[in-house]
Each structure stands twice: as structure tokens, then as C-alpha cells.
Design a binder for this molecule. Structure first.
Ligand SMILES: NC(=O)c1ccc[n+]([C@@H]2O[C@H](COP(=O)([O-])OP(=O)(O)OC[C@H]3O[C@@H](n4cnc5c(N)ncnc54)[C@H](OP(=O)(O)O)[C@@H]3O)[C@@H](O)[C@H]2O)c1
Length: 294
């Protein structure tokens, strides 16, 4: 596999790099040398490299920032994936593109399937949906659009690291308890992407990939604080209090419920992703090893 990894300095890209199959040749592309919004540069870079697989981990991921910079968000998250699809078509590569649960409105009460209607609530969600549509409209046949949710892992800003910092600084945490989703460890997602790529005759298209189970941000925070204590972090927080979304107003509205139905991936690969609690524990063990320099 000759792999072009777009957004190669990001959090998910780090695990894609680590878990790429032995023997694959990986080439990273990221700002400032490579700008996904520059169509000519994207086409030229892919034409030069001639990858067999392009994995797009690049995105404008600041969800609240997208509200005031929707133009830029739409160029990176909306137009950029279309350029990659065009490039993939030209060189005969498979494109893997990462999308988000924020393409959904969150008003369902049962897990979202791949073909459920998309109604993003935020500029970020709209820009990511534009990226999905650009790939579909490109005419490229061999693509995986992988929607995921609540990502965390080493080497990135994420909810787990934010809660850990606050739990060490504060006596009490107040966390939103009326938004439900599935936390997903970057290592699980990267492994699942390579499982899809290893299929001999895959059904290309959209896949929902997230760790098993569901919780609220409050439930996730409680689990983080509990595990932090078990793993010897200097936790000061004694309580994690549930609050309502309306008590913590943010610029971008979030879906109240964005749990995925993952049957399509299970049917395609025969593999399920781990439960989010088990993966959170694995992440804490990995953090300890990284701290010890192992
Ligand atoms: N994080 C989550 O909770 C979450 C949830 C659902 C889906 N996703 C999706 O999962 C994917 C990976 O997310 P992540 O959290 O790993 O992202 P990340 O850590 O923010 O990494 C994104 C990378 O893309 C780069 N980038 C931004 N604009 C670019 C451009 N114009 N040209 C080239 N590279 C550019 C960024 O560079 P700079 O840092 O220099 O900007 C960064 O290195 C994204 O598609 C995201 O939308 C994330």
C-alpha cells in the first residue's frame, strides 16, 4: 500500500501512521507545506506520488471557530475532499475520508444509520456534509466516507485531556448531561479503517465507525475522573455535576443524540469496535507508558 496521509500532523493521523500495515509506504501531507484548499497543489502532489490509497484526516476541527469562519471551514472541509476525490480518480487510488456525527440534527431516539437524513445544526456540520457531497458528486467509485464521533487519543486537543486538566485544577466539574454519543479512541478508528481497506471486494460508500456503547458528556467525564484516580493522576475534583446544554452555551449547537448504528461495518468486516469504556482504559494505560517514555 502506497499511502498518502492528508492532515498528517493531526490526532487521528498519528494513529493511522502507527497502525499502517507493515510494509506500507506512507507519505504525510499537512500545512504549511501542503494546503488542501489549493486544488492545483492537491492534484499535482497526488499525480507526483501516485498513491494507491489516500486517507484524509485533514479538517478545520474547531467546531465553535467554524461559526465565525464558515468560508474557511467550507473550503477545507467541503471543497478539499472534492479535490482529493478528483486526484484519487486521476491516479486510481482509493479515498478514505473522515466525517462526523455532527452532520445529524440529533433529534432521533434510535441509532443513526448511514442513510438517515442529514441535517447539520452547525457551520462545522454543514462544511463536513459539503465534503461528503463533493466526494459523492465527483464520480469516484472507490471511496469510504467514515463518519465518527467524540474522538480522543494521543497528540491532540480532546475532551479527555480537557477533563483531566480541569480535574487536577478544580474541586468540582460541571458537565453537560443531555447530549448523548459514543466516545471513540483514535487507535480503534485507525484499526477499523485498515480493516475496511483490507477487504478483498468491499462495498464502498459511507460507514459509521465509533466505539461501542453510548453515554452523555457527563457520563464520559465521570469515567475519565474515575480512571484518572485509578491511574494515579493527582485528581482534586470530588464531584462531577450534571448540567443542561442551556447552562453551558457555546457558539455552535450540538446534536442532543448522535449514537451510530454500526451494523454495516460489522456485516462488512465481521469485527466490532471495542466498548468505549474499555478503550478509555487502554488510553490511560497508553498515556502512562508514554509518560514513562516506554
Ligand atoms: N475530534 C473529534 O472529536 C472528531 C469527531 C468526529 C469527526 N472528526 C473528524 O475526524 C478527522 C480527524 O480529526 P482530528 O481530531 O484528528 O483533527 P486534528 O487533530 O485537528 O487534525 C487535523 C489536521 O488537518 C490539518 N489541516 C487543517 N487545515 C488544513 C489544510 N487546509 N490543508 C492541509 N491540512 C490541514 C491540521 O493542521 P493545523 O493543526 O495546522 O490546522 C491538522 O494537522 C477530521 O476529519 C474531523 O472532522 C473529529
Amino acid at each position: 500500500m502506497k499511502l498518502a496521509l492528508i492532515g498528517s500532523n493531526g490526532m487521528l493521523a498519528r494513529k493511522v501512521r502507527e497502525l499502517a500495515p507493515v510494509g506500507s509506504e506512507l507519505h504525510g501531507f499537512d500545512l504549511p507545506e501542503f494546503d488542501l484548499t489549493d486544488r492545483a497543489q492537491v492534484l499535482a502532489a497526488m499525480a507526483r506520488l501516485k498513491p494507491t490509497v489516500i486517507i484524509n484526516c485533514a479538517a478545520f476541527t474547531n467546531v465553535d471557530g467554524c461559526e465565525t469562519q464558515e468560508d474557511l471551514a467550507t473550503r477545507v472541509n467541503g471543497a478539499g475532499p472534492g479535490y482529493l476525490a478528483e486526484a484519487a480518480q486521476a491516479v486510481g487510488a482509493v479515498l478514505v475520508h473522515i466525517s462526523t456525527d455532527y452532520v445529524f440534527a440529533g433529534d432521533q431516539t434510535s441509532p443513526y444509520r448511514e442513510d438517515d437524513p442529514t441535517t447539520p445544526l452547525s457551520a462545522y456540520g454543514r462544511s463536513k456534509l459539503a465534503g461528503e457531497k463533493a466526494i459523492v458528486a465527483s464520480g469516484l467509485a472507490r471511496y469510504f466516507i467514515v463518519r465518527t464521533s467524540w474522538l480522543y487519543g494521543p497528540g491532540g486537543k480532546n475532551f479527555v485531556e480537557t477533563m483531566l486538566r480541569l480535574a487536577v485544577e478544580r474541586d468540582e466539574l460541571r458537565v453537560v448531561a443531555d447530549q448523548f454519543g459514543s466516545p471513540t479512541y483514535t487507535g480503534d478508528l485507525a484499526a477499523a479503517i485498515f480493516r475496511l481497506l483490507a477487504l478483498s471486494s468491499p462495498a464502498y460508500g459511507i460507514y459509521h465507525l465509533a466505539d461501542l456503547g453510548e453515554c452523555s458528556w457527563h457520563g464520559f467525564a465521570e469515567a475519565i475522573v474515575e480512571l484518572a484516580r485509578l491511574h494515579g493522576e493527582p485528581v482534586k475534583a470530588l464531584r462531577v455535576l450534571p448540567i443542561a446544554t442551556s447552562d453551558y452555551p457555546l457558539p455552535a449547537p450540538r446534536p442532543a443524540y448522535s449514537v451510530f448504528n454500526k451494523e454495516k461495518y460489522l456485516a462488512a468486516t465481521g469485527a466490532a469496535l471495542p466498548h468505549w469504556r474499555d478503550s478509555l482504559d487502554s488510553y490511560f494505560r497508553e498515556r502512562s507508558q508514554l509518560k514513562k517514555g516506554v
